[in-house]
Design a protein around this ligand. Structure first.
Ligand SMILES: [Zn+2]
Length: 303
């Protein structure tokens, strides 16, 4: 099948100019440059997808506030969505029309021995589902399966690529190795190769929506330990043993929804989500204005 309507979910940790934790933090030292790298990576993919026959491409900025990409860098044919939406797909809302999913800038799961490893939040020290570490990429794919999206491509941390490609049939992966990170000279070549691999994945014959067979049991180990686990488990009527909360569900998408609730919401914020999202969006826009100013002061050799 040739996919022509593509959703790109884009994170920063596995993008070409992201070197360390500071590069991923809101107003952090390396953040402006990491945003620039993330934007260039995404733009290379967007252009390659259109050249390969895509007719519609939507880019979802999916890190922190959801405002990291410079829309002005992205090919005008694509729609860039920033900030988060409510709806059945966490953060995205709905996935109207897209049939193929491309994921860029992905990072390793919580519990993996890899750079910037986390799943959803660093509050989770380790996340195992049915005895295996669970990447965000798999959760994203599961959340989009009800809309029929086929996972086509992943790039980012080699560990993230390995985990996701092992779990998801037909997924093409293109890792970002450590020696590329942070060097625009090396990133330029890598970016074009990565984009070409993403474009080749449009013609995926094997892929189908990612809806693995359940039941599932998630073991969520909280970084802050037993106290935190007990508190969260009590809030949502879950079981906790020591620092670990257990979530059971019949499908992976349900596990994802429960995880989002566990680590991002409380009984209060669950009901005030729309105004909360609005404020978060304002914060995101202010952050983006800040990085634009920072980049103006960056020597051209580093851009
Ligand atoms: Zn991120």
């Amino acid at each position: 099948m040739q996919h022509t309507n593509i959703l790109i979910i884009s994170d920063i940790e596995g993008s070409s100019l992201c070197r360390d934790y500071e590069s991923t933090t809101f107003l952090g030292r390396g953040w402006p440059r990491a945003c620039l790298g993330m934007s260039k990576d995404v733009n290379a993919v967007v252009r390659a997808l259109y050249n390969a026959g895509a007719r519609e491409v939507t880019v979802q900025d999916f890190h922190r506030t959801g405002f990291n990409i410079f829309p002005e860098i992205i090919d005008k044919r694509a729609r860039v969505v920033q900030g988060y939406r409510q709806g059945p797909v966490p953060g995205i809302g709905r996935a109207h029309g897209a049939t193929g999913l491309v994921m860029t800038g992905m990072h390793a799961p919580s519990g993996a021995d890899a750079i910037l490893a986390h799943t959803l939040t660093s509050r989770i020290a380790r996340l195992e589902v049915n005895g295996r570490l669970m990447t965000e990429a798999e959760l994203f794919c599961a959340s989009l399966a009800p809309f029929g999206l086929v996972p086509l491509f992943i790039s980012g941390c080699p560990t993230a690529c390995d985990y996701a490609a092992n779990a998801i049939d037909g997924l093409t992966s293109f890792p970002l190795h450590q020696e590329i990170r942070g060097s625009e000279a090396r990133a330029m070549t890598w970016r074009e190769q990565m984009a070409a691999a993403a474009a080749a994945a449009l013609k995926s014959p094997a892929g189908r929506p990612f809806n693995p067979k359940g039941p599932f049991e998630a073991k969520v180990t909280l970084r802050k330990g037993s106290g935190e686990a007990q508190k969260l488990a009590a809030r949502w009527n879950l079981e906790a043993h020591g620092p670990q909360v257990t979530i059971q569900a019949r499908d992976l998408n349900r596990i994802y929804l429960e995880l989002v609730r566990l680590v991002y919401l409380n009984r209060f914020t669950q009901h005030v989500l729309p105004p909360g999202l609005f404020l978060y969006r304002i914060m995101g826009r202010l952050g983006l204005a800040w990085i634009r100013r920072q980049l103006k002061n960056l020597p051209p050799s580093l851009r």
